[in-house]
Design a binder for this molecule. Structure first.
Ligand code: DQA
Length: 143
């Protein structure tokens, strides 16, 4: 099992960005967390971040044949991007949607999730634990 973790806009600023919401741990901490969790489950993982919607579309398209599944925190694009929804459908990617916070309990505009319309699972509101749960899911170790 080879997993691609895609993190969208502003997640590079973890630790600095609204720490009351997103916590004090940094983006490199998140990358390390994903690597350690994957290693403990015996799965391969690659973790990336971009602030650009088209780059997320490119990475989803290019994942075909190279990765078995995608763990996607599209951040703000979750709530706006039909292009990301279409890319997931186009390559029939297996996707788990993840969020550090619980968007459903925040502002109304965060209640729509285009990613959630095609994701096989959503894990949110657990901080780094949302990524842990998604990795365990694809490793066949759902809790
Ligand atoms: C987020 C939630 C989104 O609503 C927000 O735009 C983000 C981060 C999360 O991980 O909680 O940038 O995806």
């Amino acid at each position: 099992m080879k997993l691609l973790v895609i993190n969208g806009p502003n997640l590079n600023l973890l630790g600095v960005r609204e720490p009351d919401l997103y916590g004090s741990r940094t983006y490199p901490d998140l990358v390390r967390h994903c690597a350690e969790t994957a290693a403990s489950c015996g799965v391969e993982i690659e973790t990336r971040q971009t602030n650009h919607e088209g780059t997320i579309v490119d990475w989803i398209q290019e994942s075909r044949g190279e990765f078995d599944a995608i763990i996607l925190n599209a951040a703000a694009y979750t709530h706006t991007s039909v292009a990301i929804l279409d890319a997931i459908k186009a390559v029939k990617a297996r996707v788990a949607e993840v969020h550090l916070t619980d968007p459903a309990s925040r502002e109304g505009f965060r209640r729509v999730s285009y990613v959630g319309m095609v994701a096989e699972k959503t894990f949110s509101g657990l901080g780094f634990g949302s990524y842990t749960a998604a990795i365990l899911h694809f490793a066949g170790k759902d809790i």
